[in-house]
Design a protein around this ligand. Structure first.
Ligand SMILES: *[C@@H]1O[C@H](CO)[C@@H](O)[C@H](O)[C@H]1NC(C)=O
Ligand SMILES: *[C@@H]1O[C@H](CO)[C@@H](O)[C@H](O)[C@H]1NC(C)=O
Ligand SMILES: *[C@@H]1O[C@H](CO)[C@@H](O)[C@H](O)[C@H]1NC(C)=O
Length: 187
């Protein structure tokens, strides 16, 4: 009987002390969380329609068309990109990184894409990659995309990138997006 009650007490202690330690989830949802690292970058995209090389300066191309009958928001259209990323707004500034990945139009009722970007850094400042994956409702003024991981200088990075379209020019077939990258886990 005494053995039983001491085991019970031990279990009680374990459960109690574990619940007193905040979990990672609890600490991350704090509204006032401060980033451990912050980067402000600009992504440049010159888009072309179709896969033929009709646009020698293009950095992205559509590889599928929107599905007929699914409305005006290009549902099903996929673009692949290999875009320069700079520290300032000038596309021809020394590159800070390359952004490679795709975006897929995936909503029938509003302009919206699923965005997958791997930023590859190979500069004197940073070496490594950072991967973002999430929903990009690009009609909105700003969008938050989760940063789901990284390598090298961004080993196991996690955070949020706030995207804002700065330029959208259909004559030059060009858009520029500001990426305010805030990491909340740094190692
Ligand atoms: C690419 O160009 C070739 C040759 O001009 C043409 O036959 C083909 O239909 C084009 N493909 C696309 C997707 O535009
Ligand atoms: C990074 O840059 C260096 C120096 O320019 C180059 O030798 C190396 O191949 C690059 N690495 C990658 C992964 O692009
Ligand atoms: C890309 O090239 C096309 C055709 O040469 C040109 O009209 C367009 O302005 C260029 N876009 C940019 C952003 O330089």
């Amino acid at each position: 009987m005494e053995k039983f009650s001491s085991i019970f007490f031990l279990v009680f202690l374990l459960v109690f002390s574990e619940s007193a330690v905040p979990t990672a989830g609890e600490s991350l949802i704090k509204r006032n969380a401060k980033p451990c690292q912050r980067l402000m970058l600009h992504l440049h995209d010159i888009f072309q329609e179709g896969i033929n090389n009709t646009f020698p300066n293009a950095t992205s191309a559509s590889v599928t068309e929107g599905v007929p009958g699914f409305g005006p928001f290009l549902f099903g259209k996929l673009y692949v990109f290999d875009n320069p990323v700079t520290g300032d707004e000038n596309m021809n500034s020394p590159p800070a990184a390359r952004a490679r990945g795709f975006y897929l139009y995936d909503r029938k009722d509003t302009p919206n894409t699923l965005f997958l970007i791997t930023l590859s850094f190979n500069s004197s400042e940073y070496k490594g990659t950072m991967t973002m994956l999430g929903n990009n409702e690009h009609g909105a003024e700003t969008r938050d995309i989760p940063i789901v991981g990284g390598t090298g200088d961004f080993f196991m990075a996690r955070g949020i990138a706030t995207l804002e379209t700065e330029v959208l020019d259909f004559v030059k077939s060009y858009f520029r997006v500001r990426m305010d990258i805030k990491l909340y886990e740094c190692y």
